[in-house]
Ligand binder design. Structure first.
Ligand SMILES: O=C(O)CCC(=O)C(=O)O
Length: 289
């Protein structure tokens, strides 16, 4: 992470990183995302079901090892009849070895170690599929408590959770851009706005090209503006935190990461280490948070 990137991340709470993925990585990830989306669409309503946080129902796919839920998130009730859907396909690493390149990704890892002071682990993996009409509601920002806090401590940045969004195709504002309120990872007040992301003052949509990535602290206020185009937006999200923070996927929140033995068998030691979390004694956990 360069000096300029450190300054910018600390100031704004995010970075847009052009071409973090190599061209061949973008192509093979896009293909794997396409295949996985089709599979998830076909099996969405199948058993077995997992009831997750806030009562959201997921299908756990025992063949490919992912969890999928379908969400409606549109500001417009008429749009809801025909579109506005999104799929959240969690634990995509199990589904296809094409995703292995994102585990200990050589260009991403230095950002991770610059932002998380303890040994980092992967705690979140989702393929987000946002159909025309869909938006991602705004969340986070301000004083959230310890779980996702951003801080500057001991002469360095120290995040409890960061996420990297990898873009597999271009995304303009009208194509449902990821959006942020810069600086809200440090704000002392919760946002007073309870509206759709594109209606929130100070919200900035971030336009990107295929192969770009957005890196942000989970403390930052963020969401996704409506997809007003005909393009289905597909993005891969990978979250990191200290090794003792368990899964932050919705289907398996605060449980061990849902990584199958057969997936770990494909990985080298450094990759395996990124899924190696520990149970801390409760008293340590309370203090650390
Ligand atoms: O990509 C989006 O539309 C929103 C993503 C988001 O809210 C998240 O990663 O927490």
């Amino acid at each position: 992470m360069t000096e300029t990137e450190q300054y910018t991340f600390d100031l704004n709470g995010y970075l847009v990183i052009p071409q973090l993925l190599a061209t061949d990585e973008t192509a093979s990830l896009a293909k794997a995302a396409e295949v996985l989306t089709e599979h998830a669409e076909d099996h969405l309503e199948d058993p077995p079901r997992v009831t997750a946080l806030r009562g959201v129902a997921y299908h756990r796919d025992e063949e490919l090892g992912y969890h999928v839920s379908c969400n409606w998130r549109s500001g417009d009730d008429t749009a809801k009849q025909v579109n506005g859907r999104s799929l959240l396909i969690e634990d995509f690493f199990n589904a296809n070895s094409a995703f292995d390149c994102l585990v200990n990704h050589a260009r991403t890892q230095p950002y991770v170690t610059a932002l998380i002071s303890e040994r980092p682990a992967i705690n979140n993996s989702e393929l987000r599929v946002r159909y025309p009409g869909n938006l991602s509601g705004t969340h986070m920002g301000g004083p959230l408590g310890a779980k996702y806090r951003y801080r500057f401590y001991d002469g360095r940045m120290d995040c409890m959770m960061i996420r990297v969004i990898y873009f597999l195709h271009d995304v303009s504002t009208d194509q449902g851009a990821f959006c942020v309120v810069p600086g809200t990872h440090k704000s002392n007040f919760a946002s007073p706005y309870h509206c759709a992301p594109h209606e929130e003052p100070n919200m900035v949509p971030l336009e990107v090209k295929a192969g770009d990535a957005i890196l942000f602290t989970e403390n930052l206020r963020h969401g996704g503006v409506p997809n007003l185009s005909e393009q289905v937006r597909k993005t891969l999200h990978v979250g990191y935190g200290p090794y003792w923070l368990k899964s932050q996927n919705i289907a398996t929140m605060d449980q061990d990461p849902y990584i199958l033995e057969q997936t770990l068998e494909r990985y080298d030691d450094a990759q395996k280490h990124l899924f190696h979390t520990y149970e801390l004694p409760k008293r340590v956990l309370t203090r650390a948070r």
